[in-house]
Structures are given as C-alpha cells and as structure tokens.
Design a protein around this ligand. Structure first.
Ligand code: 5RP
Length: 235
C-alpha cells in the first residue's frame, strides 16, 4: 500500500511529538507538516500536557489558539526548549536546510536561534544530496529598495524573483517584508553563501539554516527515521 504525502507528514509529526515533555517552552513551526505537529500537540494538551508555545507565524498562532495551546512571546521567554518545524530541503549528512517556501523564514530563524533543540519534520522527498537541488533560497528583504537588494543577490550568482501572492500583488510576510526567491542551483558551500547573503543591505534573513538542526524526523513508505547530523548527538 502506498501512503499519500499527507500521511507521511502526519507520521513524521507524530514521531516528533515524542520529544515534547510537560513544562517545556515550545517553538511552533509553520507549513503543512508543522500544522500536523500543532494538531497532534493540541490533542496532547487536551489530554493534560502542560506546555507554553511561541509560534513562528500568525497562521500557526491561529491554529494553536483554536486548539487551546497556550501562547506566549519573547517578552516572557527569551529561550525555547524545543522547536519543531518543517523544511523545504534537507541536505543528506549535514542536515542543513532550506526553509521559507511557506513565507515564515525570518520568524522561523529567530525562533530556531533561540531554541536549545530544533527538530525538523519532513517526508522523504525533501532529502537532497545538495541544497538548492530543487528549491530556490527564499530571502526576506525590506520593501524599500528591493530592486537594488535583488540586483545584489543576482551578483552572488542567483536569479532572484519577487514572490507574488496573486498575479498583481506581492507576497507580504507577517513582518511586512517581501521575499525574493533566489535560484542558485546546487550549493557547494551553504555556510559561506548564508553569510554573503546576510551581508547585503536590505536583507533580513535567508532561508539557509546551516548547523541548526538537532534532528530530522523523516517519514517514507518504509517507516519513520530520526536522523542526527554526523557530528552531533541528541541531548
Ligand atoms: C515555512 C517553512 C516550511 O516549514 C516549509 O516551507 C515546509 O512546508 P511544508 O511542510 O508545507 O512542506 O519553511 O516558511
């Protein structure tokens, strides 16, 4: 029997929930896979799990609120015990990521950077030998002067495209910014590229997440695997 993609996403989400314990401050990711995590967390909260959560988007906040998950912010907590989030590409071995096709990359990176552990939930289609194989790198930029920022990103070897929400309207992030989707092709040195992108004036963050994954929970038709980066162990 073949499992559809949503069934795989749900299977990864359910396995990742095993890392959650009562008393934790939890980062809530964004996207269709993270939505399965939030759904499963809602069921656990209804059954007595005691957590506080910081969401990475208004969308995830609305879903969590509806499920009775208590939300707080960085005003109350500047560290997060564990964040569970999705990704668009996961690099084999390093578990470096491209994130942001769902448009929440800046908040996701702020939450990831404040987290003791970042657990990523994906289905097997997201695993690639090199980042950039299928996905452009989303870059969140200021609206003002975005054309100049795009030209600078172009000089790094990409073809930036302004993300649109509809044919006539730009996509606007929760923070009020634009996204430039930058196709680089397979990326040889994601760490160097991440630094070079973030040095460009007008850029807030890129969707390259280098050295941030604690574990990746990957579902395929043969089961759910928990992978850790070669040089790190799960605490
Ligand atoms: C949002 C993200 C998402 O985690 C990423 O796009 C994966 O989404 P999905 O689970 O729907 O494939 O980075 O900014």
């Amino acid at each position: 029997m073949t499992m559809d993609r949503d069934a795989l996403k749900r299977a990864a989400a359910l396995r990742a929930i095993d890392f959650v314990e009562s008393g934790m401050i939890l980062g809530l990711g964004t996207g269709s896979t993270a939505a399965f995590v939030i759904e499963a967390l809602g069921a656990r909260v209804a059954a007595g799990l005691d957590i506080l959560a910081i969401p990475t988007s208004e969308r995830s906040a609305a879903q969590a609120r509806q499920l009775g998950i208590r939300l707080e912010s960085f005003a109350e907590h500047q560290r997060i015990d564990l964040t569970i989030d999705g990704a668009d590409e996961v690099e084999e071995g390093t578990l470096n990521l491209i994130k942001g096709l769902g448009g929440a990359l800046l908040r996701e990176k702020i939450v990831a950077a404040a987290s003791d552990r970042l657990v990523i939930v994906v289905d097997h289609d997201k695993l690639v030998p090199r980042l950039g194989t299928h996905t452009p790198v989303p870059v969140e930029v200021a609206q003002f002067g975005w054309q100049a920022t795009a030209a600078a990103l172009g000089r790094l070897g990409s073809t930036p495209k302004l993300r649109l929400a509809t044919e006539d309207h730009q996509f606007i992030t929760d923070g009020g910014n634009y996204i430039l989707d930058c196709a680089f092709g397979p990326i040889a040195d994601p760490q160097r590229l991440e630094r070079r992108i973030e040095m460009i004036v007008g850029v807030f963050e890129s969707g390259l997440f280098v050295g941030r994954s604690t574990a990746v929970v990957m579902a395929s038709t043969s089961g759910v695997a928990v992978m850790t980066p070669a040089e790190r162990k799960l605490p």
